[in-house]
Write a protein that binds this ligand. Structure first.
Ligand code: SF4
Length: 318
């Protein structure tokens, strides 16, 4: 938090200005994200109401409710400009695949899940197939995702429950989903939001970290965070808000070393300075398409490819 407390407002404004300029430079330097990023940093956009570096707010310790709602929504609008292609980062073709992939994503990366599920779904394409599977065969397939014995138990149990209680269909109601083995509220909201188009907030580790950095809430329990953040936004925005925040957490606002010096929303962030503020050093911390690297999905949406994003490699290819 060094920059915030020690350098005074003028110093902070200068640093934020530098970070904003770096964010522009990053966008220009990376052909892979040029299309989306250029849209984000055009002067026209700035003149339409985005906060400039010199207007950077002080850490909003005593921020009113109205100001908080306004700032939170402005951050989300900025994130929508930075990640117009934001999407769930698990590959899936139907609700069954999404619920299984989400269960498998515990304690591992979406990339690793995406590299593993093609083999799983090729062999067991339906809940009936997976419910009748030999656990040892499934364990072998799931080994790369870690905790593979427990995950095998969950996905077979989940498939059995789908067959026995829901005619082999994934239910589209929260209260039904959370009764399935291995499915908690977080998984249920991912499924509802992305396979059924029902708004939901996904409070994962990135979401928790970022909303606290932005002082959207002081809550620490996922249920309370969900309620507090949900109250700041219209329900219709919840699913995309979750994607924007998680995209930002994975690419720029990392847990240990947030790339503040290359962060386009630095002027709106009370935690600016918690990470690397040097623009050149910060640029090197960017990940996935923002750093010029492949994404997590082997089959990303077309919008991601159109913006210059690259698919992840299959298992064993990198
Ligand atoms: S703490 Fe995160 S959101 Fe805030 S300026 Fe740094 S990278 Fe950006």
């Amino acid at each position: 938090m060094g920059e915030q407390g020690s350098g005074g407002e003028e110093k902070r404004a200068k640093a934020v200005k530098k970070a904003t300029a770096a964010a522009k430079g990053t966008a220009a330097a990376k052909p892979a994200v040029k299309k989306a990023a250029v849209k984000k940093v055009t002067p026209a956009k700035k003149s339409e109401g985005a906060v400039t570096a010199l207007e950077a707010p002080k850490p909003p310790r005593n921020e009113s409710r109205t100001a908080l709602v306004r700032r939170a929504r402005r951050i989300n609008r900025e994130l929508a400009e930075i990640y117009p292609y934001a999407h769930p980062e698990l590959d899936f073709e139907n609700p069954f695949q999404l619920v299984v992939a989400t269960v498998l994503s515990a304690q591992t990366t979406d990339l690793r899940v995406n590299q593993t599920t093609p083999g799983l779904f090729a062999k067991y394409p339906t809940p009936e197939d997976l419910a009748a599977a030999n656990p040892e065969d499934v364990e072998e397939i799931l080994r790369p995702t870690g905790f593979f014995r427990a995950k095998t138990k969950s996905v077979i149990g989940l498939s059995k429950a789908l067959v026995e209680q829901f005619d082999g269909e994934v239910p589209g109601r929260l209260e039904d989903l959370v009764k399935l083995p291995g499915v908690g509220r977080k998984t249920a909201f991912v499924v509802l939001g992305n396979a059924f188009g029902r708004p939901g907030i996904t409070v994962d580790t990135h979401f928790q970290r970022l909303v606290r950095r932005w002082r959207w809430t002081e809550a620490t329990e996922p249920d309370k965070i969900e309620a507090a953040v949900g109250a700041l936004f219209p329900k219709s925005e919840w699913t995309m808000l979750s994607h924007h925040v998680i995209f930002h957490g994975r690419r720029i606002c990392h847990a240990r070393k947030p790339a503040c010096g290359a962060c386009p929303i630095a002027p709106l962030c009370p935690a600016y300075g918690e990470g690397e503020t040097d623009p050149e050093k910060a640029k090197k911390l960017l990940k996935y398409e923002k750093g010029g690297f492949p994404g997590q999905r082997l089959n990303p949406p077309q919008a991601y490819l159109d913006a210059g994003g690259r698919p992840a490699p299959p298992l064993g290819a990198g």
